[in-house]
Design a protein around this ligand. Structure first.
Ligand SMILES: [Zn+2]
Length: 253
């Protein structure tokens, strides 16, 4: 049976390990040592490295891992990421035979230009684009691109598990509640996340359905959220204007 485990790394990153008792692939190894510890402890053989985007806290461990395991590194080719051995683009498929997983590749720019999502039935690796109750910052590309990327992820089936690359959910939920103080789903999730964090458990994966109920960046057409922003001076209430105002507010919340 294939399992997916969070390997905590750096300050608040998760390196996701896909493994089945014999083989493993890792997503976004920002450092090597926790991955090597995990693999050795479970007696696994590393077969592949997947990169969602080129930020250092996602690729910082790739070179060292490849000194030990000379495995393919899958991701979008970019001058800022020298590690990619197998470039992927929108519409490509990535079949990991040893793990029995076949990913569809989506290009989801808006955080960085080279950002990819790895999608398999019930599984989404979305790096820094979609977080628990939040979304990534718009470092490259336009806010409209980030919005579109999030909308594409929101169209996945509701029971798709969302594997984000950071533990940001608690802070994001404080912002979500400021947006929609009467949203009962947000209040419930705040309690659940507080419990998980008290036990030092990851709050991810969540699900697409839960994100649609509690993530303000997927709720830009909701009346309460729009009214909150209007009180802060928002005039245009089309979905993209709401999204841009929301992202801007979150940057200094
Ligand atoms: Zn990033």
């Amino acid at each position: 049976m294939t399992d997916i485990t969070a390997i905590p790394a750096l300050r608040d990153n998760y390196i996701w390990a896909i493994h089945n008792g014999q083989y493993a692939a890792v997503v976004d190894p920002g450092e090597a040592s926790p991955v090597l510890d995990f693999i050795n402890e479970k007696d696994l053989q590393l077969n592949a490295i997947l990169c969602t985007h080129r930020h250092a806290d996602h690729i910082g461990g790739v070179a060292k891992l490849r000194e030990v395991y000379n495995v393919p590194v899958y991701g979008r080719q970019h001058p800022g990421n020298p590690h990619i051995s197998h470039g992927l683009r929108e519409g490509n498929h990535l079949k990991l035979d040893t793990l029995g997983i076949n990913f569809d590749i989506l290009e989801i720019p808006g955080h960085l230009d080279d950002h990819l999502a790895f999608v398999a039935p019930g599984i989404l690796f979305c790096g820094d684009v979609l977080f628990g109750a939040g979304c990534g910052r718009n470092f490259e590309g336009t806010p409209a691109q980030l919005h579109r990327s999030l909308q594409r992820l929101a169209q996945l089936p509701g029971d798709t598990r969302v594997y984000s690359a950071h533990e940001y959910t608690a802070a994001n939920l404080r912002f979500a509640l400021a947006c929609e103080p009467h949203n009962q789903d947000i209040l419930r999730r705040i309690e659940q996340v507080a419990q998980q964090r008290a036990e030092n458990l990851p709050t991810m994966p969540s699900s697409i359905a839960l994100e649609k109920d509690t993530n303000p960046f997927l709720r830009c057409t909701r009346p309460e959220l729009i009214r909150t922003l209007q009180r802060q001076g928002l005039s245009d209430t089309d979905e993209l204007s709401v999204f841009i105002a929301l992202r801007e507010w979150r940057n200094h919340f």
